[in-house]
Design a protein around this ligand. Structure first.
Ligand SMILES: [Zn+2]
Length: 1412
């Protein structure tokens, strides 16, 4: 070829055109036979092609169309040259090169043109190896066009090019077969490389999408070609094994992906059949190929056959057996590895479910049905067999090696894949009921999974995002989700441990999903322990505390889950969550709180489990709160307490330790309180058997010393809480610190405060409630706050050193209450909350009353009353709110400092007290706080009722009995002492000296001064017997009549000691010897001689002093006067020693002063008596019975009278008064009573004492005189008394005996009790004759009649005057009043309520009264 053409081909377009013309001319010459020898045209062509190749290589594509023209000119002239086969080969190579060069995006047109030119020429294989040039061109063209179509740079019409290429390949294969080209190995490699095995699924998919009528033109010739066995050597076939398998695999894909008819072409099966023949003589591949052939044939089955399962099972078994026998020998051989990888890929294909109609549907459907478990067992066994054999796989062209540098393993991924297939197959399996219980498939299935997970654990390339792990988790989740019976659950359990091992590979979220499903499945667990363990794993995996709390509550809602706490189950769970210490703490804390707060009564095993797992002392004490019945717990608390206390000696405690000590102390305290309880019936605490009772019931331990420990515990607890609160307030709690159970803290602090209040230790209780007030305020715990405030509001004598601005708190509380009380009915609150709010209203009323805001107080009470009436459950019941309202009303009246005419009249205090006693007896507890509140109320009521009764010369033991019974039952010493002091006071007032003596012994016992002993108790009881006998004797010998008359007389004739005439007097000498009165009185007033345990506390000092005062009074009444002078002097200095202490005495100070004055008068020290009486009048107590004023005044007046000459005195109008405490309320029915009284009085052999009654002018106390303005003659000192005398208060009338010896004693007892009514009447009533009963009934009648006309409201002055006239005229009638007050009040209970405030029922009776 000339150099011109070479240059022209490399030159410009016109150059190339010129060259083309030259070449065309040249070939025209050739065709004419010019210039040809044998090889010339082809040589020329090759040289031109060579230049074209070079030009393309230089990327001169712009002339490609011209190049094609040139080739088109040359090609038809090309023939293989017989002598020189290399020329044909060079020709094909050049064509391939040019086509390849053109096969790119910018020259697609030319490429297609060139391919058309090549295809238009007959396929000529001069040498066997020539086929690969053709094949290469076809494959390149196919793939090139396919690629461009994928890129969408070619229209759909270009698909024709694909058909052409396939058809051309078919032609080539036919040509090869005809030419008997036995180069299968290279062919397979080339095909697998470019078209089949090595191509992606996507490519195979698009290949399978081509219409079968086109593809068949390639597949048919190919398979025909492959089926020809031209004596290929067996070693070569052995080497080709993997290529064959690769092709089979690719064809399987094509079969499956075929859209129009999957599996219809059965290309893979055809090829396998060919292989079976090819490998017939090649062992051991022949057997494997046969098995594969039958296996695939079975898979390809497109119709159900009855023997399918049997065949499949048989085939699987054969595979397994093959692996077992040959595995060991051939494990390391390539073909064996390839076989296993092939099987793995087939299994994966088997589960293809991408298309709408899964290709292997029929296969899977045939596995279902009757013997399905067996078939699946076989399937799993096959997979397991493969898995075991695949352990030796190292490499295989069929597998794809892992891209991770750390892994690069085919084996591991192959093994994992088998596991996945097993899981997926299991999940595809339609489980029916009978299949569920079948366990045959469990073993192979579990084997596979355990193996798989073990592999996964050691596979380095796997992580939470690895596709295999994601799939594994998803499939596992499906398995778990399907669990619906214990058998299936048993399948799951062996997987837990391997699962736990691969846990680091699983994403947290995925693991949670698994745990949640396991949690749900665990209900089918046969072992409840295991179920709990599994559930705990899910629960513990919750890291959000609130969600965790919710879940735990749901968990504990099931009563079965009460054996152990979640925390403990989790510790032993097979799926233990890898929790950080902080998370562990959180889990425990939330678990604990869920148990403590969600369960009202947590079961003991649960608490014990929590206890075992506790993480600090705080947990111990919180748990101990719920296990207070457990003595071991209390012991642990005690231990902890002493341990912390000894720590505190060395270093300051942390705030959590302080908190722990607080809770621990409360636990010990409550246990101790519980331990000292006794069951006491009300009968046993009768007055005369009290000492016996104490001894017999082993209450010898009951004293103030024992109580000291409890007080120490309670104050210790409060101190711990206070220290904690102080610091909790100052520094924020760490986030990983145990959350504080404020509810528990408040509960326990309230328990300690209530214990202190109930035991009566006021200073300590104040501290406790003050702390609670602060906590309640800080935490916005409204009810705690109100409850604490109520404590302070209820106090008559607020402690002076209190750090509390009560007025500020009241303002705050009022706002709070305004907000709160209207909501009370909406159902969000408990009954105790109702009680707390209403009690606060009541006590706020008494607070305002103390501030002299009486109207406000009344309004508050009314509000409480109205609020109460809104709760149906309280209607008609005597609940604590009602009792408190009554109590506060009683106090308003009783403690009124001055008489205000502005307020309507109320029933007399005594009457109100009787109503109250009835209410208390009918007490109906509605909530947990009621009884405690009642106990506190009663403690005050005992004192107040005693004072009120004593100041009115009557006896009220209702509260005393109830309270004593209550405190003895709960083993409280100080409260018992208080009750006994009240009782002793009462006894002294009534001058029951033996009883008083007994009280003193009891007090000495309770104060731990001199314990009661058996001998001591027996003395009075043995002496009691003759006394009772003496009582009974008169019955028989005719004196009974007299006695009964006397009894009747006692009702109306309150003559001191008369009633004790026969009974009590003989006891005096006996008691005298053994009584504590022989002890020195001065011990009470000397600090040195007081017992050490009473010196510490001011309250106890006061108590001891009061006992001393009463003891002195007893001595006085018994006329044992030798120590009294000294005592009163010392008492005086005791009182001056400490003003705060003296203030704590309250009204007992007044009582003491009265006793003192009385004694001075007895000693004829009248001037001193006057001085003390005047001083007594000046004493101011904040709330005090008005009658103290009267009593002082009467002492004063008497002393003044006694100072004067006797003659002057006679001039005064003295009236004989047999009744004390005359009440002007008494009207009518006087005559009968009076006559009876006179008769009986004369009948008694005793000389009737004479009484002096002072004019009201003289008796009028200085206080309250200013308020008498309602009277028409007000303001003048010596006018007759009008409204300023409080009728309700039972105006004191001084009694003076004519007999000088009696003067002091009787006078002192403005006091001296008239009657033993409350005791003697009921006792006698049961014993005496009916006549007497009738008599009593008569009296009762009188009383009732008497009652109806009492308390006339001071509507007009005329009415008032009239009333007083009648009162004065029949002053003797007053004596009845004294006796009758008690029974009468039961009827008149409702009377005298504030008219404008009173509800309807009252107004009726009011009108009636006004008519009168
Ligand atoms: Zn890997």
């Amino acid at each position: 070829m000339s150099a011109d053409i070479v240059n022209q081909l490399k030159g410009t377009r016109s150059d190339v055109k010129a060259a083309a013309t030259t070449i065309e001319w040249k070939f025209r010459e050739f065709s004419k036979g010019i210039g040809t020898n044998d090889a010339y045209p082809i040589r020329f062509e090759l040289s031109v092609l060579r230049q074209l190749c070079l030009a393309l290589k230089d990327n001169l594509h712009q002339h490609a169309d011209l190049y094609c023209d040139i080739v088109a000119t040359m090609l038809p002239h090309m023939e293989p040259c017989e002598e020189k086969p290399s020329l044909w080969e060079a020709h094909l190579t050049s064509l391939r090169y040019i086509h390849h060069g053109l096969c790119q995006e910018k020259t697609l047109k030319e490429c297609q043109k060139m391919y058309g030119l090549i295809r238009s020429q007959r396929c000529r294989l001069q040498e066997e190896g020539d086929y690969k040039f053709y094949l290469d061109i076809h494959l390149t063209h196919f793939n090139g066009i396919h690629l461009q179509m994928q890129k969408q740079t070619l229209p759909i019409a270009a698909t024709d090019q694909l058909y052409d290429a396939l058809e051309a390949m078919g032609v080539l294969f036919d040509t090869m077969r005809q030419r008997k080209v036995a180069k299968n190995a290279a062919l397979l490699v080339q095909l697998n490389e470019a078209l089949f095995m090595k191509r992606s699924r996507g490519f195979l998919k698009s290949l399978s999408a081509l219409p079968s009528e086109c593809t068949v033109k390639m597949y048919d010739p190919l398979l025909k070609l492959l089926s020809c066995n031209w004596g290929i050597p067996s070693f070569e076939l052995s080497n080709q094994f993997s290529e064959y398998l690769g092709l089979v695999l690719a064809l399987m894909h094509i079969d499956i992906f075929s859209i129009e008819a999957p599996l219809q072409q059965q290309l893979a099966l055809q090829l396998l059949r060919i292989c079976r023949d090819l490998y017939r003589n090649i062992s051991p591949q022949n057997y494997a190929i046969q098995l594969l052939y039958y296996y695939v044939k079975l898979l390809y089955g497109r119709e159900a056959t009855p023997t399918f399962k049997l065949t499949y099972i048989d085939l699987c078994k054969k595979f397994v057996a093959f692996f077992e026998h040959k595995g060991a020998t051939h494990a390391k051989e390539q073909w064996f590895m390839d076989l296993l990888v092939f099987l793995q890929r087939v299994q994966t294909l088997l589960l293809q479910s991408s298309s709408k109609a899964p290709p292997f549907d029929i296969f899977w459907q045939q596995l279902e049905g009757d013997d399905s478990p067996k078939a699946y067992t076989a399937h799993f066994q096959l997979l397991y067999g493969c898995l075991v054999a695949a352990v030796n796989v190292v490499r295989s062209p069929l597998g794809t090696s892992c891209t991770s540098d750390a892994c690069k393993s085919i084996r591991r991924h192959c093994l994992l894949s088998f596991g996945m297939c097993a899981l997926e197959a299991f999940n595809n399996w339609q489980h029916t009921t009978e299949k569920m219980t079948d366990r045959t498939h469990h073993k192979p299935f579990l084997n596979i999974l355990v193996y798989t997970m073990d592999v996964a654990k050691n596979t380095k390339c796997l992580g939470p995002t690895a596709a295999e792990i994601v799939k594994l988790v998803r499939q596992l989740a499906l398995v778990i989700e399907r669990v619906a019976c214990p058998e299936q659950m048993s399948l799951l359990l062996p997987l837990m441990e391997p699962l736990q091992q691969i846990r680091p590979l699983i994403a947290i979220h995925d693991m949670h999903c698994l745990l949640r499903r396991i949690y749900k499945a665990s209900v089918h667990c046969q072992s409840s322990d295991m179920a709990n363990r599994l559930q705990s794993s899910y629960l513990a995996a919750q890291t959000n505390p609130s969600r965790l709390h919710t879940q735990l509550c749901v968990h504990y809602h099931n009563a079965k889950n009460s054996e152990k706490c979640v925390y403990e189950w989790h510790e032993s769970s097979p799926l233990l969550n890898p929790l950080t210490p902080a998370q562990k703490n959180q889990l425990y804390d939330v678990d604990l709180l869920a148990v403590l707060h969600f369960l009202s009564a947590p079961p003991l095993p649960l608490l014990q489990s929590l206890l075992r797992c506790r993480r600090n002392d705080y947990h111990l004490v919180l748990l101990a709160r719920k296990m207070r019945a457990d003595s071991e717990m209390v012991r642990q608390c005690e231990e902890l307490r002493s341990q912390l206390q000894s720590t505190a000696l060395q270093q300051p405690l942390t705030r959590m330790q302080e908190l722990a000590i607080g809770h621990a102390s409360v636990s010990v305290l409550l246990e101790a309180l519980e331990a000292q309880k006794t069951k006491v019936s009300i009968k046993e605490t009768a007055e005369n058997s009290l000492e016996t009772f104490i001894v017999k019931n082993n209450l010898l331990e009951l004293n103030i010393k024992r109580e000291h420990r409890l007080v120490a515990l309670a104050t210790g607890a409060i101190a711990g809480f206070a220290a904690f609160f102080q610091r909790a307030d100052q520094e924020p709690l760490d986030c990983d610190e145990t959350p504080i159970d404020w509810e528990a803290l408040i509960d326990d602090a309230v328990a300690a405060a209530m214990a202190l209040s109930s035991m009566g230790y006021m200073a300590q209780a104040d501290d406790a409630w003050l702390l609670l007030l602060r906590i309640g305020r800080m935490l916005d715990e409204r009810f705690t706050y109100l409850r604490a405030l109520t404590h302070f509001l209820a106090q008559d004598h607020p402690s002076p050193n209190q750090q509390l601005q009560l007025s500020e708190e009241v303002d705050r509380a009022q706002e709070l209450l305004n907000d709160l009380w209207p909501q009370l009915k909406n159902g969000h609150f408990f009954k105790r909350h109702h009680t707390i709010v209403m009690l606060c209203l009541c006590h706020m009323a008494s607070y305002y009353a103390r501030q002299d805001c009486l109207c406000h107080a009344q309004l508050l009470l009314l509000q409480a009353e109205e609020l109460r009436s809104e709760f149906d459950e309280r209607l008609g019941k005597s609940d604590i709110v009602l009792i408190t309202i009554q109590t506060v009303r009683f106090r308003l009246e009783y403690q009124r400092k001055k008489r205000s005419s502005g307020l309507p009249r109320m029933p007399t205090p005594l009457r109100q007290l009787d109503t109250l006693v009835d209410s208390v007896r009918n007490f109906y507890g509605l909530s947990s706080v009621d009884l405690g509140a009642l106990q506190l109320l009663l403690a005050d009521l005992v004192r107040e009722s005693t004072e009120c009764a004593a100041n009115r010369l009557t006896e009220r033991l209702g509260f005393t009995g109830i309270m004593l019974n209550m405190v003895l039952q709960s083993g409280m010493a100080l409260r018992a002492i208080e009750v006994l002091i009240s009782w002793l006071w009462m006894n002294l007032q009534m001058e029951y000296l033996d009883k008083a003596q007994s009280k003193l012994r009891l007090l000495d016992h309770l104060l731990a001064i001199k314990p009661l002993s058996l001998t001591l108790v027996e003395q009075p009881s043995t002496k009691g017997v003759p006394a009772i006998a003496a009582k009974d004797d008169p019955k028989s010998n005719g004196i009974s009549e007299l006695t009964s008359n006397m009894l009747l007389m006692q009702l109306v004739e309150p003559i001191r000691k008369q009633n004790q005439l026969d009974v009590a007097t003989p006891k005096f000498p006996a008691i005298h010897d053994s009584s504590p009165s022989s002890l020195q009185l001065q011990r009470y007033v000397s600090k040195q001689e007081a017992p050490p345990h009473l010196r510490e506390c001011m309250q106890l000092q006061c108590i001891y002093f009061i006992v001393g005062c009463l003891h002195a009074r007893l001595s006085f009444l018994k006329r044992e006067n030798d120590q009294l002078d000294d005592f009163y002097v010392r008492a005086g200095s005791w009182l001056q020693e400490d003003s705060a202490r003296t203030a704590t005495l309250g009204s007992m100070h007044l009582v003491q002063e009265l006793y003192h004055v009385n004694y001075l008068r007895y000693r004829k020290k009248h001037k001193e008596a006057i001085r003390y009486a005047e001083a007594g009048l000046m004493l101011k107590c904040q709330t005090v019975d008005i009658n103290y004023g009267f009593n002082f005044m009467s002492q004063l007046k008497t002393a003044q009278v006694e100072l004067r000459p006797a003659g002057k005195e006679k001039a005064k109008t003295l009236r004989r008064a047999l009744a004390f405490n005359t009440s002007p309320e008494i009207k009518g029915r006087k005559a009968l009573v009076e006559t009876t009284a006179k008769t009986k009085a004369s009948a008694s052999a005793r000389k009737t004492p004479r009484f002096k009654i002072y004019t009201e002018l003289e008796l009028r106390p200085p206080i309250g005189s200013g308020s008498s303005s309602s009277s028409s003659k007000s303001g003048i000192e010596n006018t007759p008394p009008s409204d300023h005398v409080d009728l309700n208060a039972c105006q004191a009338i001084e009694i003076s005996d004519d007999d000088s010896a009696f003067v002091p004693a009787s006078a002192a007892a403005a006091v001296a009790a008239p009657l033993k009514r409350s005791q003697s009447v009921p006792v006698k009533a049961t014993k005496t004759r009916s006549a007497r009963v009738r008599n009593q009934l008569k009296v009762a009648e009188i009383i009732e009649l008497d009652d109806t006309v009492e308390v006339t409201p001071p509507t007009t002055s005329a009415a008032t005057a009239k009333r007083y006239q009648t009162t004065d005229a029949r002053s003797t009638r007053a004596r009845n009043r004294q006796a009758e007050e008690t029974p009468a009040t039961t009827r008149g209970r409702t009377r005298g309520k504030v008219p404008e405030l009173t509800p309807q029922p009252e107004t009726v009776s009011l009108r009636r009264r006004q008519r009168n």
